[in-house]
Design a protein around this ligand. Structure first.
Ligand SMILES: [Zn+2]
Length: 370
């Protein structure tokens, strides 16, 4: 049986003798300890004992009737994620370079995974995932760097555009010397400078049909879409293809001083057609959308701010971590959330459920997310 220890990210403070004070993930937990048994219990979480030995040591100090207390305390610290097993083995899922390069990621995963899970396996699962990124503009260039920093090795990126001077207020992958070059190839070059072990397929592609999307996303584990053109069809095509191929996706975009983001796990959460059918016939939103589909849009140049792009990219990549590692539940399914510049808040703008009769997703399956 593996020995158990308090995570190094849990700090214990000796404020007074009648309580135990912990700080974990910025949260301060104060536990009344008038008998002193809780302080003694935490002292046993030093990596020298396994679970049975902790209970045994606790019973020796107090009495065997009291051993049930130790069982309860153990369950509580496990549920709260305060303890981990000693000597969690890498099990050769990562090589020495990967262990060193991604060590801070790995320790982050150790904070979010349930007791008994292997932090190295989470990083390995992420490293070996295949992700498609549609769009290498503002959000795309931020997301691309974030994915590289996460350790994703296999990426398909797609874009058709060329770099312009007005892109350089937010499209941080590109330089002044790149003006006129294709975004998708320049993006690949830049990201490989940051992380040379990546395997990036760059597709110079303008999306004008469902088949174009299918060509980009076939065989990947996750799609991140930040392309919004053609405005009238992009969401429908993306949703339809991902539902058909059972691929989870994250979609996001900026709208003046706010940004919107959501994710869909086909077969598990509601898709965008489920959302559309939830609106009902007479709603204003549906009528506005119908005009949008006919081409109503902002005049160029439209507002776009790098700081807002950066936050949105970060949130979308946080969702990607959840979907790829499956170490936590998705945070953006069955809802659309927004980041709002005015008060810097993130709010849930609307919610919807999976429609079991939805023609788009009723046959989709994603068992591992259920
Ligand atoms: Zn649906």
């Amino acid at each position: 049986m593996e020995k158990v220890k308090l995570k190094s990210t849990v700090l214990i403070y000796s404020i007074n003798k009648k309580s135990v004070t912990l700080r974990y993930c910025s949260e301060i937990i104060n536990i009344d300890d008038s008998l002193g048994d809780i302080a003694f219990f935490f002292g046993l979480l030093n990596g020298l004992y396994n679970e049975s030995e902790i209970i045994e040591e606790f019973s020796k100090k107090y009495n065997s009737e009291y051993s049930q207390k130790a069982v309860e305390y153990l369950e509580t610290v496990k549920d709260l994620g305060l303890v981990e097993l000693v000597n969690v083995d890498n099990q050769n899922v990562l090589d020495d370079y990967e262990i060193k390069r991604w060590s801070r990621n790995i320790e982050f995963f150790n904070v979010i995974i349930p007791f008994g899970y292997n932090k190295y396996e989470v990083q390995s699962k992420i490293c070996n995932s295949r992700v498609a990124l549609i769009g290498c503009g503002g959000l795309g260039s931020h997301i691309l760097l974030e994915l590289a920093a996460l350790g994703i090795k296999n990426l398909v990126i797609a874009d058709f555009d060329e770099i312009e001077l007005s892109n350089l207020n937010r499209q941080i992958l590109y330089k002044e010397d790149d003006i006129g070059k294709k975004k998708v190839f320049t993006a690949k070059e830049r990201v490989l400078e940051f992380s040379s072990r990546m395997n990036i397929t760059a597709l110079d592609k303008k999306i004008s049909s469902k088949d174009d999307i299918k060509e980009i996303v076939s065989g990947v584990d996750l799609v991140i879409c930040v392309a919004d053109k053609p405005r009238h069809s992009m969401v429908k095509w993306l949703n339809s293809v991902c539902c058909e191929l059972n691929i989870p996706y994250i979609n996001g975009g900026l709208d003046t001083k706010r940004s919107n983001f959501y994710s869909v796990i086909p077969g598990v959460s509601g898709c965008t057609e489920c959302w559309f059918s939830s609106l009902g016939d007479s709603l204003l939103q549906k009528k506005v959308l119908q005009e949008d589909y006919l081409g109503k849009d902002y005049k160029m140049p439209a507002p776009a701010l790098s700081a807002l792009v950066s936050i949105t990219a970060g949130i979308m990549v946080c969702e990607a971590i959840k979907l790829l590692s499956k170490s936590q539940h998705a945070g953006l399914t069955n809802k659309r959330k927004s980041f709002i510049f005015d008060d810097l808040s993130i709010v849930t703008e609307e919610k919807w459920n999976k429609n079991i009769d939805c023609l788009c997703c009723k046959n989709s399956r994603n068992k591992e997310y259920a």
